[in-house]
Design a binder for this molecule. Structure first.
Ligand SMILES: [Zn+2]
Length: 444
């Protein structure tokens, strides 16, 4: 049976007689309209919640919230401490990615721990700094062995190249072939490392990893071309975070040619075995995008490094058709020098790349590609260093400052040519690493 409407009348504060009940009803949750809906249960509960009970509960809540805020602040502070201490990145890096206005290649170098060299640094300080870099301590040494095709040390050098590039994330392919030389058939293999095999175009940076065979003495070939190969390994390491961060039509490909050296007197048929083999292969291979293009057509620029790493003559432009690319090398060198990101003194009169043109078509690995119409930059000092093809071409012929600096210039060049983007994913990687290390610290 439905009760008469009058029995549903709300209880008003004014109706209550007890002063305690009146106080209770004036609390925020006990307005007459709310009370009406839950009477009589809420009325009884509200009556027991006096100010004397409410204040301690409120104090407890405020204390809990304050403690939580203090805890969060402590966590963030220790996160920063871990970032600084364990990851050992320069504190500027976190600003660089989003706030600090500098070229992306400078950001990438900072991520590898490169700091501006003080202007007051002595030549000795600069050499010491260069010798502590990984291009000098890790990437170069396994290449400073005789690398005559078919020998064990040659295979070991090739394995070092492939392992380093695979670790960074490149797809590595060995292009095996047999070369008929004046000293018989020799097994050879080019090393081809590609970042994105499905990209329609590629910027190729190349060097040869074999060394010349001399019957009467052991030839190392530090400038010819172990240093150039180490430079390319270092370029790969520097630009990989930006390659990760950028989806571009043009990818980076590093090629390490075998059989550049002649067996005995050099001739057109007795030299550059690897590049002739690969250029012919690519001329006969369709581009992944289909159509009539061959693999050679997908190369935007072919940059060949050779005889680099010693204090010798500058590198000059030999190809008018790639003047823009050569100018980019000059520009990034100047910018890195101005930022004191090169190990060499900023006030030196000699630059690595010189704004002069000298038409020369030296018999080197760029020739088969240039003859096929590929735009070529030949980065080789002119004239050749005087240790060229002598017993003195060992680690002693190399200047660590130049090896390190050229690795930075070519990395910056690749970043500019490929229009690579800010490595935001690196920041995420750093964050992931940071939290991982933090959680490990927590378990100790
Ligand atoms: Zn040579």
């Amino acid at each position: 049976m439905i009760p008469p409407a009058t029995t549903m009348k709300p209880t008003l504060v004014s109706d209550l007689t007890s002063p305690d009940e009146k106080r209770a009803r004036s609390l925020p949750w006990s307005s007459p309209s709310r009370a009406s809906a839950f009477d009589p249960v809420l009325a009884r509960v509200a009556a027991t919640w006096t100010w004397a009970r409410f204040v301690p509960v409120a104090v407890a809540l405020v204390t809990i919230v304050t403690l939580a805020i203090v805890h969060l602040a402590t966590c963030l502070a220790s996160r920063d401490a871990i970032l600084d201490a364990s990851v050992r990145l320069p504190s500027t890096v976190r600003n660089t990615v989003t706030e600090y206005p500098e070229p992306i290649y400078a950001t990438l170098l900072r991520l590898r721990g490169v700091q501006p060299v003080p202007e007051s640094a002595s030549d000795g300080d600069r050499a010491t700094a260069a010798k502590s870099t990984t291009v000098w301590t890790r990437m170069l040494p396994p290449l400073l062995v005789p690398r005559v095709p078919g020998t064990v040390t040659h295979a070991e050098a090739r394995a070092h190249l492939a392992a380093h590039l695979e670790r960074i994330g490149f797809h590595v392919e060995l292009d095996h072939f047999n070369a008929t030389t004046p000293m018989g058939v020799k097994p050879m293999a080019n090393v081809i490392a590609t970042w994105d095999r499905h990209a329609p175009k590629r910027l190729v940076l190349a060097a040869h990893y074999d060394s010349k065979y001399f019957s009467r003495w052991e030839f190392i070939g530090a400038i010819d071309a172990a240093a150039s190969c180490a430079i390319l390994l270092d370029v790969a390491e520097t630009v990989a975070p930006a390659l990760h961060a950028t989806k571009t039509d043009t990818t980076l490909q590093l090629v390490f040619f075998d059989g550049e050296e002649a067996w005995g007197p050099i001739s057109e048929s007795n030299s550059i075995y690897g590049s002739r083999h690969l250029a012919a292969t690519w001329a006969a291979t369709s581009a992944p995008s289909g159509g009539t293009d061959t693999m050679l057509d997908t190369i935007t620029t072919f940059v060949l490094l050779d005889l680099l790493g010693s204090r010798s003559a500058p590198i000059r432009n030999q190809h008018l058709e790639t003047t823009a690319q050569f100018q980019s090398l000059i520009d990034v060198e100047a910018d890195l020098r101005a930022r004191r990101f090169l190990t060499a003194a900023a006030n030196t009169s000699m630059t690595y790349f010189e704004e002069t043109f000298e038409r020369r078509h030296i018999q080197d690995d760029q020739i088969p590609f240039w003859q096929a119409g590929v735009p070529v930059v030949h980065a080789i000092p002119l004239p050749f260093p005087d240790v060229w093809h002598t017993v003195r071409d060992t680690v002693d012929a190399l200047d660590p400052v130049i090896v390190v600096d050229l690795a930075r210039v070519f990395a910056a060049f690749a970043v500019e040519e490929l229009r690579l983007q800010a490595p935001a994913p690196v920041a995420r990687d750093v964050t992931a690493r940071m939290w991982r290390e933090w959680s490990m610290l927590g378990r100790k």
